[in-house]
Every structure is written in structure tokens, then in C-alpha cells.
Design a protein around this ligand. Structure first.
Ligand code: PLP
Length: 452
């Protein structure tokens, strides 16, 4: 029953996988991961694989930490569930809010808890409309997002996101959304320098807002560094110009920190790395390092004041808002991040170490650019480096490269022809060497397969 073959057969018979073409999956069968420790996974055939993606960008503290398992088990014995509706609370949710207020920017001090990043974003879309209605500006209903952005898979979150292939799927009836350009210099910067291009994209975004009427725009949602859209690291000019323009227009910034939060970019939150002051922050993934599902919304003091003192009841909530076991996992996770100085280590030690090696991958003939901030990075595979020319999409070079990576004991994700990584933040120097050596070998194999 437990052989790889029988597990694959049962998986194919009964499991509907997210974001998966079932016919492609069934042709080969799923890869079955059975164990993990530190930054390595083990599959059902006993292969060890370096997880360059920290699961789905989430396992910040690495796998197999007994502190989390113990904290969750203790909480399950003491109080496995109680809700936070109707004026009730419990110690773990109280402690978690307090801890989060210590690590988020100074002006973010109140938190609404959810089960995931998608429903945290949905919460914000409702909360921001409620805020503007209470403030006497009910016309501010439009959310501006970015092309190629991923903000989740609920109806509202996927409508706000900018993945064309998700919009092509029926069932997205949410309106009042505009998609601004993204600061993807390699693909779209043309002849401009990265800094000039960053300014241009900021200006074009503000022009889009002015075109529709800034008084109708509730908020602008973006990740500090776009993650699932291909790890698009913005030129330094982008965020200062854009955030100043949003403030001038009274448009609130929603910083989606689902990937960038909890140390990924070398600060506790990506908005701190780029010096923006959001009114809403979306958190998930690194909040519990993925050990238990959980998301959260952080709001600025000015939003909190309206929600708590003027707004009346905000009719919104989830059974699992502030689930005690999830809170226990988050508290233990924050404890590890703080006591081990993991965020500073990303900024001062392992971040710069891996960045140096990773950027050297740009010397490979197949690589157009190799970028990394903190511990989130990408390499752009390309047909012609000098001309910044991409491969024909139909060749599926990214997928080819991803398969070579897996076969060689490395998880990298392919976003089109951008190979992205986001390893656990506890990566050692030796593991960073292993990651880059494997990536280089995988590039060689991809090049050989292409006969390039
Ligand atoms: N926002 C961003 C930036 C994400 O990357 C994701 C997931 O990858 C989400 C939101 C959705 O989070 P979840 O999958 O927990 O619903």
C-alpha cells in the first residue's frame, strides 16, 4: 500500500491538485514527499532534495522544528478551539497580536486573523471599502493591482490578481479592479536604464489612477517584491516615486507581505526594505513558517481608529480567525525568528553570501539576469543575452529546467522562463553552495537538451 506506485495511483484516483494539469500529472504520477528536515526533503523513493523554495515560500525556519510541534500539541490539549466572535478572546490570540505589534512597522498595531493569504486579502478588500464608507467617501471603491501579480485564489483575490490564465477561467465576477504595469526591467525595460524604467512604471501607475479619478480609488495592492509573478525585484527608484504619488492622492497602500514578510527580504517586512508606509499589510506563509495554516491583516493606526471607534460592527469573520493552535504555531515561530536572530542573519550574513554566488549565475550562457534581495531571487533564462531576447514560450524551457533541477536534487520553481528560489532562511553557507552548484549543473543540462 505504501509503495510509490500505489500512492501515485490513489493520488491520481482521488486527489484534485491545485494549479495542476491533471492529464500531465497522471502521465507521470505525483512526486511524493514523505519527510523533511532543515532545508532538505525526502521523497518516497528515498531521494534527498534541497528545497530551494521553502515549500511554497513559507518554511522560513526550516523543517522539523520540535518547538512548533510541541507548542501546537500543548495548545491542542489545553484549548483546541474557541472562536473570537461575539466579544470572546483567548490567550494565544492575545499574545500573538501583541508580538506582531512588536515586529511590524510602528504605525501597524492591530491585527485581524484569517486562515490564509487569500482570505486575508479578501478581508482587506471588504475592510477598505468599509473604511472609506465610514469616512464619508463611499465612491472610493476601485482597487488598483498589477499585471502579473498573484494575491490568492478566492474569487476576489484572483480577480484582483493579474494572472491572465486565472482571468481566463470563468467565475470571476468581481469588478472595480484596474491592473497597472509592473517594474519588470529585463522583459519590459527596453532601452531605459533600470532606474529610469522604475520611474516610468511609477508614473504610468499614477497616470492610470488619475485617468480613472483618484477620488474613486480605494487602494493600491502590491507585493514589495512580486513573488509568484517571477520574483520581480523593483529598481530602487520605483517605490519612493510610487508611494509618494499614492499618498498625494489619498490612495491607501496595501502591502501584500505574504511572501516578503517575516525576514524574506532581510527586514521583518518588505515594506521596511523599501521604506513604504502601508495602511494594510497581508501576512500568511512565514507567519507560522507554514506549519499550520494562518493569515493575518495588519492595519495602520488611522484605519484602526476608524474601525474601532467610528465604524460600528464590521460584518466579517472566519470560524478559524485566531485559531488557538495556529496562534501557538505563530508564537513559537516568531520566538525562533527572534531568538536566533534569523532576520538579521538574512540581512548581514546568509543573504549577502547567497546573493554573491547567485548573481554569478549570470555568467552562464543561458542566463539573462540573476537577481536576489534578501533570500528571494530569480534567474531569467534567455535565447540571447545581449539582445535580452526570451525563448519561444512553446519551447517550455523553464519547465525543462525545473525537471532537471528535481532530478538533480533541487527544487526551483519555473515562472515561465524565470527560475525562482526562496530557500528557508536558516540555510547554511554549505547549503547555499550546494544550491548554486546544483543550479549551475541544471543550467548546463538544460542547455545541452536545447542543443543551444
Ligand atoms: N498573496 C501572495 C503574494 C501570495 O504569494 C499568495 C500565495 O502564494 C497569496 C497571497 C495567497 O495565499 P494563500 O495561498 O495562503 O491563500
Amino acid at each position: 500500500l505504501n509503495s510509490t506506485e500505489s500512492l501515485r495511483a490513489m493520488d491520481a484516483a482521488h486527489h484534485l491538485h491545485p494549479f495542476t494539469d491533471a492529464s500531465a500529472l497522471n502521465a507521470k504520477g505525483a512526486r511524493i514527499i514523505t519527510h523533511a528536515d532543515g532545508v532538505h526533503l525526502t521523497d518516497s523513493d528515498g531521494n534527498r532534495i534541497l528545497d530551494g523554495m521553502a515549500g511554497l515560500w513559507c518554511v522560513a525556519i526550516g523543517y522539523g522544528r520540535p518547538e512548533i510541534a510541541d507548542a501546537v500539541a500543548r495548545q491542542l490539549r489545553q484549548l483546541p478551539f474557541y472562536n473570537t466572535f461575539f466579544q470572546t478572546s483567548h490567550p494565544p490570540v492575545i499574545e500573538l497580536g501583541h508580538l506582531l505589534s512588536q515586529v511590524t512597522p510602528d504605525h501597524i498595531n492591530r491585527f485581524f486573523f484569517t486562515g490564509s493569504g487569500s482570505d486575508a486579502n479578501d478581508t482587506i478588500f471588504r475592510m477598505i471599502a468599509h473604511y472609506w464608507a465610514v469616512m464619508g467617501q463611499p465612491d472610493r471603491t476601485i482597487i488598483v493591482s498589477r499585471q502579473g501579480a498573484y494575491h490568492g485564489s478566492t474569487v476576489a483575490a484572483s480577480a484582483v490578481g493579474g494572472f491572465g490564465f486565472m482571468h481566463a477561467q470563468p467565475g470571476l465576477p468581481v469588478g472595480n479592479i484596474l491592473h497597472a504595469p509592473r517594474p519588470a526591467w529585463w522583459a519590459e525595460g527596453g532601452e531605459l536604464s533600470p532606474e529610469d524604467f522604475g520611474l516610468k512604471v511609477a508614473r504610468d501607475t499614477l497616470a492610470l489612477i488619475d485617468g480613472i479619478g483618484a477620488h474613486r480609488v480605494a487602494g493600491f495592492i502590491a507585493e514589495p517584491i512580486m513573488g509568484a509573478g517571477g520574483v520581480i525585484i523593483p529598481p530602487d527608484s520605483y517605490w519612493p516615486a510610487l508611494s509618494a504619488g499614492l499618498t498625494e492622492r489619498g490612495v491607501m497602500l496595501i502591502s501584500d507581505e505574504v511572501i516578503c514578510g517575516f525576514g524574506r527580504t532581510g527586514s521583518w517586512f518588505g515594506c521596511q526594505t523599501y521604506g513604504t508606509t502601508p495602511d494594510f499589510m497581508t501576512m500568511a506563509k512565514g507567519l507560522t513558517s507554514g506549519y499550520i495554516p494562518m493569515g493575518a491583516v495588519g492595519v495602520s493606526d488611522r484605519v484602526a481608529e476608524v474601525l474601532t471607534a467610528k465604524g460600528g460592527e464590521f460584518a466579517h469573520g472566519y470560524t478559524y480567525s485566531g485559531h488557538p493552535a495556529a496562534c501557538a504555531a505563530a508564537i513559537a515561530n516568531l520566538g525562533i525568528l527572534r531568538s536566533e536572530g534569523i532576520v538579521d542573519r538574512v540581512a548581514d550574513d546568509i543573504g549577502p553570501y547567497l546573493q554573491g554566488k547567485w548573481r554569478a549565475l549570470a555568467d552562464h550562457p543561458l542566463v539573462g539576469e540573476a537577481v536576489m534581495t534578501g533570500l528571494i531571487g530569480a534567474i531569467q533564462l534567455c535565447a540571447d543575452k545581449g539582445a535580452r531576447r526570451a525563448f519561444d514560450e512553446d519551447l517550455g524551457v523553464g519547465m525543462m529546467c525545473r525537471e532537471h533541477a528535481f532530478a538533480n536534487g533541487l527544487i526551483m520553481r519555473a515562472v515561465g522562463d524565470r527560475m525562482v528560489v526562496s530557500p528557508p532562511l536558516v540555510l547554511t553557507h554549505a547549503e547555499a553552495d550546494e544550491l548554486v552548484e546544483k543550479a549551475w549543473r541544471v543550467l548546463d543540462l538544460t542547455q545541452a537538451q536545447l542543443g543551444h
